[in-house]
Design a protein around this ligand. Sequence first.
Ligand code: NCD
Length: 294
Amino acid sequence: MQHVLSANQFTKEDCERLFTIATRIKTSPWAYSHELTGRIMGSLFFEPSLRTRCSFEVAMNRLGGKVFSEGNATYSTSTAKGESFKDTLKTISQYVDVVVVRHPQEEIVAESANMSDVPVINGGDGMNEHPTQALLDLYTIKDAFENTEGLTVLFTGDLLCSRTIRSLLKLLKPYGTKNILARAMPPDLAYFENWSWIEEGQIEELLPTVDVVYMTRHQRERSLAREESRFVMTAKLAEKMKPTSVIMHPLPRTEELLEEVDNNHRAIYFQQAKNGMWVRMALLYSLLKERDWQ
Ligand code: NCD
């Protein structure tokens, strides 16, 4: 059984293989429009989602497959009657060929995956991991730069609760980037590997030297009382960055990234969201058609 549970499970070779397929699909999507005819993807979301759920569902549709979707699973499934997550997953896996799950509880997707009779894809588990976001983030970085070796990636926002940062750092390990975390206060950085850090107040002076600014919002729904990041990306600050640099954000944004930045050529977060669809198409195609990516 090939589950997608953590960014750790992807080698550089796995990523490259997947990205080659993603680019092929992106170049001629119609050539893949019948590849998954007759297959059904279950979409089981216990937390709100726009990009992850919609891009997975559209990805499946674009491959000719069908989708069964519970976007509000906490209330719309028998979870509301007290059914366990394991039983829910086991049951859904009787009906579909692959299932994407998002859940507010850390590790629950990985711990329950063995209950499933079909591949399980982790669409985000609490503050722990978001492996498919990391894949599309890395794909987007590779799309923007010929060579990742030596690139400086500056991470801002909610370092402690961001599952997207945690997963991306894991995936970046073999890619030779220099990762800098800008911290608003001393958080528990033990979660992370392969990084160095600066104080948030130093971001502005560092901006002209970095290649990627990867922003995240404050995760208010995760109740960890602490000081919030105060860094706000403005059009003026974006202009201080190198002309070749990019600004990324997994979205949704809140007050940390102003709309006035959108017109700057460095702002690639909506392209990043679109890449999510191509990468997820490649992943579904690999899982259900090739089954040889791992
Ligand atoms: C992220 C998530 O859900 O972890 N969004 C996404 O999947 N594109 C980031 C967030 O919610 O802040």
